[in-house]
Design a protein around this ligand. Structure first.
Ligand SMILES: [Fe+2]
Ligand SMILES: [Fe+2]
Length: 246
């Protein structure tokens, strides 16, 4: 496996590795700043591909922060491998994530962020938003880069295959097709529809992002507020029904 690197916003690099067994991309995002920040680590078994991608942008030893939305192997499975090559790096995640999992899992103590807390990396200010159960997981959260209005949105807008790095249209249509397609598969019910779902997505939309950095599939440049509200409507229509019927 080899990663492909694309700058999708100023200082913001998408490191994309297509995994043929899964048939999907696993995308990490590096914000190259005074204190370089990597969003997601990829699987432990993909570590070399991810590391080569990072190395094409910066010396991996300079990494300072490793962020992720929720505790799953694709989001943070290679965390300890990264901490091993980056002596000043630290995981950064939600309070729940740190207390319940990462304090124990990580070889070095993580930094936990409360809802709305800001992580300054230099020119960039990353606002952390606790988003329990969006896309999934009690510990879930998202980072919003206020400098470039980029929302690092984890599994939201999931698209299968090995598509282009960034698109400017139709991301909601692709995401809707993927949600429909997933209803029959072994990973159905990945995203619960809860009493928090609508308000969480409305809060993300209100950030008015201009880039959506998507973990699986193409990223999006354009009216992020509209895309998130449109996705929220799709999620409500499809996932609020017990059997996921439309
Ligand atoms: Fe996930
Ligand atoms: Fe994921």
């Amino acid at each position: 496996m080899q990663s492909k690197v694309t700058e999708i916003a100023p200082d913001t690099y998408r490191i994309s590795t297509f995994h043929p067994d899964y048939g999907i991309q696993f995308n990490q995002f590096l914000i190259n700043d005074d204190e370089p920040f990597l969003m997601h680590t990829g699987f432990k078994r993909m570590f070399q591909a991810t590391l080569e991608g990072v190395r094409s942008i910066i010396d991996p030893a300079k990494l300072r922060w490793v962020g992720f939305s929720h505790f799953e192997s694709d989001e943070c499975g290679a965390l300890n491998e990264l901490l091993g090559v980056a002596p000043h790096a630290q995981a950064v995640c939600s309070v729940v994530g740190a207390m319940v999992m990462v304090n124990d899992f990580a070889d070095r103590a993580p930094r936990s962020l409360a809802d709305s807390e800001v992580l300054r990396t230099g020119r960039h200010r990353l606002q952390f938003l606790a988003t329990p159960h969006v896309p999934h997981g009690w510990d879930a959260g998202m980072f919003f880069d206020e400098a470039e209005r980029t929302l690092l949105c984890s599994d939201l807008f999931f698209q299968p295959g090995d598509p282009e790095p960034i698109i400017e249209s139709d991301i909601v249509g692709r995401a809707r097709d993927a949600i429909h397609g997933g209803l029959e598969g072994p990973l159905a019910k990945d995203m619960p529809y809860t009493p928090y779902t609508d308000s969480t997505l409305e809060r993300l939309a209100a950030l008015e992002p201009t880039t959506l950095a998507v973990m699986h599939g193409s990223s999006f440049r354009g009216d992020g507020r509209k895309a998130i509200l449109d996705l929220a409507a799709v999620i409500k229509t499809i996932l609020s029904k017990p059997e996921g019927g439309s």
